[in-house]
Design a protein around this ligand. Structure first.
Ligand SMILES: NC(=O)c1ccc[n+]([C@@H]2O[C@H](COP(=O)([O-])OP(=O)(O)OC[C@H]3O[C@@H](n4cnc5c(N)ncnc54)[C@H](OP(=O)(O)O)[C@@H]3O)[C@@H](O)[C@H]2O)c1
Length: 345
């Protein structure tokens, strides 16, 4: 028997309008019915564009929409928890952007509300479903063995100039902005997915471009990092390094190198994957794809399977909490300039 599509609302007129709304509209498993933007005119415009029943700037009105079953929360990180808890209390299933909350304590509050309400919660750690990263994870499982050295390096040029990006919540640490929330959490997720427990982390963050203007031209001081380096010591041995700069003058593709006790896997900047066991020549496949809409569709289908078929949410609260614990440790290590052991989940 075909199962009824899930009636879903999207909160957020940025990424929410760019990826989730069009992807959900194209999937048989979902029926987008409502959208929220901070600006009423933008909400109405998006509702009209996508043929939705409601466009609203009022979160409560959106959550109370008749027949609504689920929400995708794509708003500033500091607002995720409050909306997720309110949605769960109304019996709505939650697909939340990463990271789930500002810190582990807040993420635990969301998890408690989700469990109490008996609803499903999926977190959009969708980068792990991009073909590049999914194949990398498969090959790591096949050939690497225990990790000896893992290096993840991301280089972007989109924050290099004061005028290249306006000042929004993304540049405001108090609202959960910064490149760690943008990309770092995906790489922490990848690391844990590949190698499990992390014993301790050290970290340094930096704001390279310190002043930007809001869309109306007001100068503001940037407080959220545009570069970071994280050092990782795995439980049971092995080291890792995760770095990003968003202020380079020449960007390049992501590079991920995994050197293990039994073999090697390397994703190069042209999306080619190289792998081999000890004593073998490295084999190569690719270029692979890193399509974010296709990755999001995988996350959305997992949400449907969890709601309609009782599948385990993937990625769910377990993944959300373990990344959040690691992110808290990274922030503490950076603030206190020392190695920090993440809280166990
Ligand atoms: N998974 C991914 O690949 C991916 C990619 C990008 C972003 N994201 C996530 O998506 C979420 C939103 O990011 P975004 O880039 O879409 O942000 P955004 O475009 O700046 O804003 C998203 C929504 O939040 C509203 N908003 C902005 N500042 C706000 C504030 N101070 N208080 C309350 N609402 C505010 C915006 O209002 P208006 O409608 O009025 O503009 C918009 O509707 C974040 O959690 C981010 O991590 C995920």
């Amino acid at each position: 028997m075909p199962r009824a599509p899930v009636k879903i609302a999207v909160l957020g007129g940025g990424y929410g309008a760019k990826v989730p709304l069009p992807v959900l509209a194209g999937l048989d498993e979902f029926e987008p019915v409502a959208v929220w933007s901070r600006r009423p005119e933008r909400a109405s415009e998006l509702a009209e564009e996508h043929g939705l029943e409601l466009g609203s700037a009022d979160v409560d009105e959106l959550l109370a929409h008749p027949g609504l079953e689920a929400v995708h929360i794509a708003t500033p990180v500091a607002t995720h928890a409050q909306i997720a808890v309110a949605a769960a209390r109304r019996g709505l299933h939650v697909l939340c952007e990463k990271p789930l909350a500002t810190d582990l304590a807040q993420a635990r509050e969301v998890a408690a509300a989700i469990e109490q309400a008996g609803v499903v919660c999926v977190i959009n750690y969708g980068r792990r479903f991009q073909e590049t990263r999914e194949r990398l994870l498969q090959r790591v499982g096949e050939v690497v063995g225990a990790p000896r050295m893992v290096c993840i390096s991301l280089v972007f040029d989109d924050h290099a100039e004061p005028g290249s990006r306006p000042f929004t919540w993304v540049q405001d640490a108090a609202l959960g902005g910064g490149r760690l929330q943008g990309y770092g959490v995906h790489d922490l997720d990848l690391l844990i997915e590949a190698f499990g427990e992390v014993e301790s982390v050290a970290a340094a963050t930096e704001v390279g471009v310190r002043e930007r203007r809001t869309p109306d031209g007001t100068p503001r001081t940037v407080t959220a990092e545009d570069a970071y380096v994280i050092l990782v010591r795995f439980s049971g041995g092995g080291l890792g390094q995760i770095s990003l700069t968003a202020t380079a003058r020449h960007k390049r593709g992501d590079v991920v190198e995994v050197y293990g006790a039994e073999g090697t896997v390397r994703l190069d900047a042209d999306k080619r994957l190289h792998w081999g066991r000890a004593g073998e020549e490295l084999q190569t496949e690719g270029p692979l794809t890193a399509d974010s809409k296709a990755a999001y569709a995988r996350v959305a289908r997992n949400l449907f399977a969890a709601i309609r078929e009782g599948a385990a949410p993937d990625p769910g609260l377990v993944e959300a909490l373990r990344v959040q614990a690691l992110l808290d440790a990274v922030h503490r290590a950076d603030d206190e300039q020392r190695w920090v052991r993440p809280e166990s989940i």
